[in-house]
Design a protein around this ligand. Structure first.
Ligand SMILES: O=C(O)CCC(=O)C(=O)O
Length: 284
């Protein structure tokens, strides 16, 4: 079952009561933010409860629209990059999403895992001020390779650059994540909310994120897919395959989650792409 954003009865009633009492949507969104809600999810929730078009609530996101490069979405049935065939087995139009088969071969997956294993640490997230934080929503371990750190990393970065039409310099360092049974990453967005105080800091180098590629380095025995709750879609984690999705201008439909691993383990390599060249080691 894909993860879904659930709106509790209490929250629904509170939103209705607050707006009936004469408070506007900006007040409701501010109060939700003060109470720890992710502003991007709050907009979806408020739009749903008040039956408003989401676009009306997203007006403040206009400055998130990237002015730099955009990714090219791989076209089915397959793309050949320097002799490496990648099959496009599933396409979604909005957000642009592709399931890609054979992005990495078996030996590349195994080598990435062995290179990452001794460098793993608790995976972090970025807080509202742009600082790294330990977060109960993300319980896996991970590490980052520096951009172009090793020949294998350069080869994979160039393959993705050719596949998506954005130079490797626009990529954050490749991140490897390792999930054990029960570990997961709750629904989240990869793009940065311009309303957050840390937005300027996070986007100073490279600008906004425009797309993600999650590459699966092994096949978990059970669980561990990547869920897109707004689409009702779960991508199965299978060694060598990947899910690519773009979210130019901050797309609510790109909400996604790493579902809990139920049995076995899960390894992924994630590449985040920016609208402009990115100069520091990235952090998810
Ligand atoms: O584990 C997954 O399938 C998704 C990972 C993810 O969303 C992330 O690292 O941003």
């Amino acid at each position: 079952m894909p993860a879904r954003i659930t709106i509790s009865h209490e929250l629904r009633e509170w939103i209705l009561a607050t707006t009936r009492a004469g408070h506007g949507v900006p007040d409701v969104l501010r109060l939700m933010k003060d109470n720890g809600y992710d502003p991007r999810q709050s907009r979806s929730i408020v739009a749903d409860v008040l039956k408003l078009p989401l676009a009306a609530l997203n007006a403040s996101r206009a400055k998130a629209a990237p002015h730099g490069l955009r990714t090219k979405h791989p076209e089915p049935p397959s793309v050949c990059i320097a002799g490496h065939a990648i099959d496009v087995s599933l396409c979604v139009d909005a957000p642009p999403l592709r399931v890609l088969e054979g992005v990495l071969d078996e030996a590349e997956c195994a080598e990435l895992i062995e290179l990452a294993r001794p460098r793993l640490q608790r995976a972090l997230t970025v807080d509202d001020n742009g600082e790294q934080q330990v977060d109960q929503r993300r319980t896996s371990e991970g590490m980052f390779f520096a951009l172009g750190e090793l020949p294998l990393i350069r080869q994979i970065e160039q393959r993705l650059a050719d596949l998506l039409g954005v130079p490797a310099s626009h990529g954050e360092g490749l991140q490897i994540l390792h999930y054990r049974p029960g570990q997961a990453y709750e629904p989240h967005f990869d793009w940065f909310d311009p309303a957050l105080p840390g937005y300027e800091t996070i986007t100073r180098s490279g600008g906004q994120r425009i797309a993600s590629v999650v590459m699966y380095l092994n096949t978990p025995e059970l669980g561990g897919g990547t869920a897109f709750p707004e689409l009702g879609l779960t991508v199965t984690a299978r060694r060598g395959a990947a899910v690519y999705f773009a979210y130019e201008g901050g797309d609510q439909q790109s909400l996604h989650a790493g579902l809990p691993v139920i049995c076995g383990e899960k390894w992924i390599a994630t590449k985040w792409l920016r609208e402009r060249p990115y100069r520091q080691a990235g952090r998810g």
